[in-house]
Design a protein around this ligand. Sequence first.
Ligand SMILES: Nc1ncnc2c1ncn2[C@@H]1O[C@H](COP(=O)(O)OP(=O)(O)OP(=O)(O)O)[C@@H](O)[C@H]1O
Ligand SMILES: [Mg+2]
Length: 465
Amino acid sequence: MRRSITTRLVLMFAVAALAAFLLIGAALQSVLSRELERHQYEELNTTLVSLRYWIQAIGTPERWARVRARMDALSPEDGSVRFWVLSDDPRFQYGKGLAEIDGLTREADGRGSDILLPGQERPFRTLSAHIPPLDDRPAVRLIVGRNSEPYTRTRETFLTALLALGLGAVLVVAISGYWIARVGLRPLERLSDEAQALRPKTLSQRLQTTALPVELSALTEAFNGALARLEQAYAQLEAFNADVAHELRTPLANLIGGTQVALSRSRSAPELEEMLASNLEDLERLRSIVNDMLFLARADRGELATGRVRTPIADEVRKTIEFFEFVLDDTGMQVRIEGDMALQAQLETALFRRAMSNLLQNAIEHSEAGAVLTVALQEEGAATWIRVSNPGDPIAPAHLPLLFDRFYRVDAARRGQGEHHGHGLGLAIVKAVAAMHGGQVGATSADGVNTFGFSVASGAEVSED
Ligand SMILES: Nc1ncnc2c1ncn2[C@@H]1O[C@H](COP(=O)(O)OP(=O)(O)OP(=O)(O)O)[C@@H](O)[C@H]1O
Ligand SMILES: [Mg+2]
């Protein structure tokens, strides 16, 4: 069951208050009973002492009559205080049911004991004293008894009052707990209102962290961090959409323009053929953009290269270079392979060659005729790096990490031999291929040499994360 924080707090407050009250109540109750008992015995003792003092001085049956009168006077109507004098001589006796009292209090001499008199609900509390003989009077035993009923009633009243008070207090604590929780949780309500007002258009807004309790500000900051990342991703996506549209627009405009011109008057078959051939070029360009985009989307989803087999890397590099033989011959360029020729890795060769040829193509495009390009193979930790270098104009460090982003181009740097006008996805694909092989990408530009490289995990397995 989902319970609100308020309910939980109120419950906890109530339980805590109840526990505190029970504790205090139990303590008070025990102090009170002890005090009441002490008081009772003190009263009994006072009466006992004064009567004993009296009886001590009396030794004849004549004067005993005065003792009786005195005791009668001291016994209240309701029978809550009683006296007994036990004696072997019936002339010096006092009280009702003496035989019974004798039996009940025989053991408890001096110190009081509770006895239950016949016909009484509550026990009597008693104290007794021995009084030595005098003249005609034998030794007697004096017992003073007091009904414990009033004390018990006091205790019960106290207990009832305590319980009522306790319940009241728990109620008050629960109500104030509810109020405290509501006030305390108000910042949370405000936050949730703010969060609810967030829309894609207002992603740049942040939840306010000022005036928030410490406990919430950490959460809010984390949330704001997530918002920032979301905003960035959203902005990238928007920019990406714009880029895609932009990239597709040129070939489409070419296609439409060319077709319109061709249709503007009647054409001969060779003319139409030429136009179709030119259209085909644009269509192929469109197809290649769309294919690249689909491939990147696959990599984005976190797909790994399937069908990887252990392959000597140098061989794959050499085979890729063979595809560029004509361009290299035309431009008088050379490609050298350096480093560890024996390196092997788990590769999906088609993907590897695609990345490799993107790098080579870029290197050729950005080099002067006759340049010497290098492909360096190197094992670094758990990864094998493949780096393609070419002499070229330095690239500003600010651009370097961005070049692997989709559609990112340093247009000023576009020069060199290639007639190829890329659409800015080549390095993004290299990055995707690296990711699919558990690797990374990197670029440097130093001493007139520009190097673009990627790595693949050397191990047998590429982990899923
Ligand atoms: N070897 C290099 N020397 C200098 N700049 C480079 C080099 N390789 C890439 N770049 C820069 O990086 C940018 C992005 O390269 P990328 O391969 O992604 O796109 P492209 O070559 O413009 O188009 P595509 O490869 O999709 O046909 C290039 O436009 C260029 O500015
Ligand atoms: Mg390229």
